[in-house]
Design a protein around this ligand. Structure first.
Ligand SMILES: Cc1ncc(C[n+]2csc(CCOP(=O)(O)OP(=O)(O)O)c2C)c(N)n1
Ligand SMILES: [Mg+2]
Length: 575
């Protein structure tokens, strides 16, 4: 049988260990899907929207560290991938995107469905090339996959349908992908000034990001020796929060605990594997040192007294014998006390659930954390689910939490859960969805039913674009266009043949979640929550308070006094 470029593509995917390709079939992509059908070793996952496919591939890649693949047909088909690819790329998730393309003879003529994917995907990839000749194919594919796997992010091949269908000789020589990272760390000469800084500082604080993914034990051992509070970013959470007696929570607008205070009261702040972007939350007074394997991250947020290029775990292992154990733990103790107190305040709605409806979301997230499996995979939608997941989902050694943490796009949670569940069929996967986020890519609940994926979709149904409602309040703007008129999502789930559980009453939270999480198939839990539940950051800047006051003033002036009372009553216990 004739061997086409598309057949060669599939052989190379098999060789690279790819198990699935997410996408929607169509025209120019036909040779590729046909080759997948014939080969039979790679599964085509038929999503309802290509953006879902890109998110799902990104989730697979983030969780497994292995190459994942998505595909879109020419023009609009691959254009739909783009937001999910931005997310994957900015999460350093190794993803290959196959952007199929119009026939080569038509390129540049304003042909039906014509776009220029090689320009469109440039910004969301390390490598993106058009394959216009079969002889080019093998090397371009290799470079796209190698850049995705090696640099962490997206590689794109733009493959016209006619080229995909052209015959080429089967090639059994291999060009293997190199996926492992070098165990790079600074030498003793570069480490010495860092050891000096640490030894001459009384109060050292660690702030840990995703770069600490394999450095839990090193971070904790260092914190113990130097008596350091350990704060973390959202992406760092699941890797450093568990089994860590020195944990002081998270910084940033969604933050909690004593991380902000510790970072501002220390005399040396060590930024470890973090690219935390919010300058306002970073201190300027203490000395700052940063360690990162991504050299372009060094010094791009804070002015550094010392930057070291290296893997966090390797660097700490080498550094540890060079630093003196500190005997005075009073700063650490004070921060841990402050953290405990802050958690106590954060838990007022959990400790005093009450009977009020619509209910607060915090007890829901807390119950979810308690009931979920110790190795559950959580995905969290952009919006208030970021707050509930970062604060109330407890990290364990084996749990994972992913979201659109760098790109910050809505509607990521359900698609990411699809990728997570397909990649880890034996693990519990929980999508913490906003009602806005869920509805945005709602069509792909049909992918959940089509593949009978036992995902548990928990919708925090506050009938609002809640995060934006809060942003408007903070900015002193009256609430505008944030309300959502929703159906009963549980009934909607039942209509498409999956378990639907509607929770309207605080007393039903635990039993409702239990019922759904114990169910062996897919389940949707529609939890009706308070649209006025706002979250205040641990550090409230004066201008934010002014903003809050202003909104209240404007609401009163516009006759919404009942809403003002409601909001104050709802949130007063936070302040
Ligand atoms: C694709 C996209 N559109 C708009 C936004 C701006 N935005 C951020 S959060 C949010 C509201 C999310 O609402 P919902 O999913 O209901 O979650 P909630 O905050 O209410 O919990 C919006 C509109 C975004 N981040 N991404
Ligand atoms: Mg909402």
């Amino acid at each position: 049988m004739a061997h086409r470029v598309a057949d060669e593509l599939v052989s190379r995917l098999v060789e690279a260990g790819v198990e699935r390709v997410y996408g929607v079939v169509g025209d120019s992509l036909n040779p590729v899907t046909d080759a997948l059908r014939i080969n039979g070793k790679v599964r085509w996952i038929h999503v309802r929207h290509e953006e879902t496919g890109a998110y799902a591939a990104g989730a697979e890649a983030q969780l497994s560290g292995k190459l994942a693949v998505c595909a879109g047909s020419c023009g609009p088909g691959n254009l739909h991938l783009i937001n999910g690819l931005f997310d994957a790329h900015r999460s350093n998730a190794p993803v290959l995107a196959i952007a199929s393309h119009i026939p080569t003879s038509e390129i540049g003529t304003g042909y039906f469905q014509e776009t220029h994917p090689e320009s469109l995907f440039k910004e969301c990839s390390h490598y993106c090339e058009l394959i216009s000749n079969p002889k080019q194919f093998e090397r371009v594919l290799h470079m796209a996959m190698q850049s995705a796997v090696g640099r962490g992010g997206v590689g794109v091949i733009v493959l016209p349908g006619d080229v995909a269908g052209m015959e080429i000789p089967a090639d059994d020589s291999t060009r293997s992908l190199v996926g492992h990272r070098p165990a790079g760390r600074p030498g003793e000469k570069e480490l010495a000034p860092l050891a000096d800084l640490i030894n001459s500082s009384k109060k050292v604080v660690l702030f840990c990001g995703i770069g600490c993914a394999n450095a839990h034990d090193e971070v904790v051992a260092f914190a113990e020796k130097v008596k350091s509070p350990v704060g973390h970013s959202y992406r760092g959470k699941t890797f450093v929060e568990y089994d860590n007696p020195f944990d002081v929570g998270m910084s940033g607008l969604l933050g909690f605990g004593a991380a902000y205070q510790a970072m501002h009261e220390c005399d040396l702040l060590l930024l470890l594997g973090t690219d935390f972007p919010y300058e306002k939350f970073l201190p300027t007074k203490p000395k700052i040192a940063q360690v990162d394997i991504r050299v372009d991250h060094l010094g791009r947020r804070s002015k550094l007294d010392l930057g070291l290029w290296g893997d966090v775990g390797e660097t700490i292992r080498a550094l540890l014998p060079m630093v003196n154990a500190k005997s005075n733990g009073s700063f650490l103790d004070a921060m841990l006390r402050k953290h405990k107190e802050s958690l106590r305040r954060l838990n007022v709605y959990v400790d005093h659930v009450g009977k009020r409806t619509p209910m607060h979301p915090e007890p829901v997230a807390t119950a979810l954390s308690e009931i979920a499996a110790p190795d559950a995979i959580f995905t969290a939608d952009t919006g208030m689910c970021n707050v509930w997941s970062s604060r109330y989902i407890r990290a364990t050694k084996d749990r994972r939490l992913i979201g659109s943490f760098t790109h910050g796009s809505m509607a990521n949670a359900l698609p990411q859960a699809i990728g997570a569940q397909l990649c880890y069929p034996g693990r519990q996967v929980i999508s913490m969805s906003g009602d806005g986020g869920f509805a945005m890519l709602m069509g792909d609940i049909l992918t959940v039913t089509q593949y009978n994926l036992p995902i548990k979709i928990v919708i925090f149904n506050n009938s609002a674009l809640g995060m934006v409602k809060l942003e408007m309040a903070v900015a002193g703007l009256p609430d505008y266009q944030t309300d959502l008129k929703n159906p009963n999502f549980a009934k909607l789930a039942e209509a498409i043949g999956i378990m639907g559980v509607r929770i309207e009453n605080p007393a039903d939270v635990t039993s409702g979640l239990n019922k759904a999480l114990r169910h062996s198939g897919p389940a949707l839990i529609d939890v009706v929550t308070d649209p006025n539940a706002v979250s205040l950051p641990p550090h409230i800047a004066p201008e934010m308070v002014v903003g809050f006051g202003l909104t209240m003033g404007k609401l009163v002036l516009s006759g919404h006094i009942d809403e003002v009372v409601d909001t104050i009553e709802t949130n007063i216990r936070h302040i």
